[in-house]
Design a protein around this ligand. Structure first.
Ligand SMILES: [Zn+2]
Length: 178
């Protein structure tokens, strides 16, 4: 039988001058970039948290603490591949990914196909399993004023496992046989 686990990730970074804007593993031309210890890729951080959540492996801060000097300037694609390796060791693979970037500017719809391709390549999965959307907030809140960007990501992981009936006599859903 196949077991499925859903995960949800959320992340926020401040927009500042003098930084490259990296989103979904892609550099997007813009006058500002996101602030952070790594490349501050808000979408990939939300994706990493979603994978860790679905696999029951905690969160990004536990695996990549900002106090650790070795992650200074680390590429979020590297963080993503490391986290996916952990999930794969536990038998999980990605069924599908659905992410949303919340930003007033720049216009991201031109860049989301490249992000989709970069994520699929980093994870070694078909592009059809990855969806990336972008959204504005009509000028409302910190994303609307351009103070920062946010991202949400949902992930479904799947793994093959033995039906429990063979070991315990219980039904796969955990109920006892009548
Ligand atoms: Zn982050």
């Amino acid at each position: 039988m196949t077991a499925y686990r859903a995960g949800l990730g959320y992340d926020v970074h401040r927009l500042i001058e003098g930084r490259a804007l990296i989103l979904g593993g892609v550099e997007v031309p813009f006058e500002k970039g996101l602030e952070g210890h790594s490349d501050a890729d808000v979408l990939l951080h939300a994706l990493i948290d979603a994978i860790l959540g679905a696999a029951g492996l905690g969160d990004i801060g536990a695996h990549f603490p900002s106090s650790d000097p070795s992650i200074q300037g680390i590429s979020s694609v590297d963080m993503l591949t490391r986290v996916m390796e952990m999930a794969e060791e536990a038998g999980w693979h990605v069924e599908n990914i659905d992410g949303t970037i919340v930003a007033q500017q720049p216009r991201l719809s031109l860049h989301t196909p490249k992000m989709k391709a970069a994520i699929a390549t980093a994870l070694g999965i078909e592009e059809g399993r990855v969806n990336v959307k972008s959204k504005t907030t009509d000028g409302l809140g910190f994303t609307g004023t351009g103070e920062g960007m946010a991202a949400y990501c949902a992930v479904m992981l799947a793994r093959q496992q033995e039906a429990r009936t063979r070991e315990t006599g219980a039904e796969p859903d955990g109920t006892s046989p009548l």
